[in-house]
Design a protein around this ligand. Structure first.
Ligand code: TXA
Ligand code: MG
Length: 317
């Protein structure tokens, strides 16, 4: 493996070490293009149990399984519909998770007892090198304590889980910065379970109509693990609608309208750059003991859905 293919300080020896740790049933945090993952051998129930323990995550929340290539999806999913093939050809490796009927070899703990499994190929050279080297699928949620903000740098992982993982591979800041789009292809029609930077529109352009999980038709259980309060800083996060900041000292993020808070951040005008910066800014502000983090309502439109979704969850108390 050429050392030059790794963006930061990770070399082939570190990849080999990470793979060995995963084969032995230990936890390794690794970079992906979305957020850092907390990885374990997806075929080893004891290893997967350590993920839930390290995160403090309830076992009712299913994990995403990462594979090296489309030819390895069969180890994880027992059915590969045409729609999956179409989407995978266009968006993998990339920030799209497909929920499919699961293979018996995947322990029930990985999928929270569901008969379906979320699978994706991450678009990051270090993640791909690790997956290729280890030869087994890797179950990996975001590498943060349950309900906290997802990590977009190795430093975020160290802060949140540093003493609970055997190794953290440092691949620099995540490019995409928000968790993958999650789409279920396991039912009669495609359902969007979690918006991401691959948009509903981009998916519909390829496979036709996609239902939203929030639709009353699908009931409250179609999206396990999608807790309303999630992705949260510890500092209260509030939306600013009429130019009124809360009392006390706080930080303010905005796209259009400046307001005079103690700390003020102007967000990039495009959705991709805003997504790439958002968690890093929230992590930084969360370490500064403000009374609140106030956020202007982000722009609307295609590409902004995932940012609205994560901020709404972060604001949920
Ligand atoms: O970008 C990402 O997806 C990152 C990186 C590490 O790949 N991972 C991530 O994992 O965000 P996590 O565990 O924080 O979020 C996974 C979400 C769950 O909350 C759940 O909503 C959904 O994926 N999910 C996974 N398996 C599912 C299944 N079988 N059925 C329905 N939803 C599922
Ligand atoms: Mg998460």
């Amino acid at each position: 493996m050429a050392r030059t293919s790794f963006p930061i300080s990770v070399d082939a020896a570190q990849i080999a070490r990470a793979a060995e740790l995963i084969r032995r049933g230990e936890l390794v945090a690794f970079p992906t293009e979305t957020v850092y993952g907390l990885g374990a051998n997806a075929l080893d129930a004891n290893a997967v149990a350590r993920i839930f323990e390290a995160k403090g995550r309830p076992s009712t929340s299913p994990l995403i399984v990462h594979v090296y290539g489309i030819e390895r999806v069969g180890v994880v999913a027992r059915y590969w519909p045409d729609q999956a093939e179409t989407l995978a050809r266009r968006f993998w490796p990339g920030p799209l998770t497909l929920v499919l009927p699961k293979q018996a070899a995947i322990p029930p703990l990985v999928t929270a007892g569901l008969d379906t499994v979320g699978v994706r190929i991450p678009n990051h050279p270090i993640a791909l090198a690790l997956l290729r080297e280890v030869g087994v699928p890797i179950a990996a949620p975001s590498a943060n304590r349950f309900t906290h903000l997802s990590p977009t740098t190795a430093a975020h992982v160290r802060e949140s889980l540093g003493d609970r993982v055997s190794l953290i591979l440092d691949g620099g800041p995540a490019n995409v910065g928000l968790e993958s789009t999650v789409l279920s292809l396991a039912g009669p029609a495609p359902v969007l379970l979690r918006p991401g930077m691959i948009t509903r529109q981009q998916i519909e352009d390829l496979i036709g109509p996609v239902t939203l999980a929030e639709d009353p038709l699908h009931g409250p259980h179609s999206s396990p693990g999608q807790h309303r309060k999630h992705y949260s800083p510890r500092t209260p996060l509030v939306f600013v609608e009429n130019g009124e900041l809360p009392g006390g000292r706080g930080a303010y993020l905005y796209w259009h309208t400046f307001l005079n808070a103690s700390r003020v951040y102007r967000m990039p005008s495009d959705a991709e750059s805003s997504a790439a910066r958002l968690y890093d800014i929230l992590h930084e502000l969360d370490n500064q003991s403000w009374d609140w983090i106030a956020v202007e309502l982000p722009p609307r439109g295609p590409g902004w859905e995932a940012i609205h979704d994560r901020l709404n969850r972060a604001a949920a108390r």
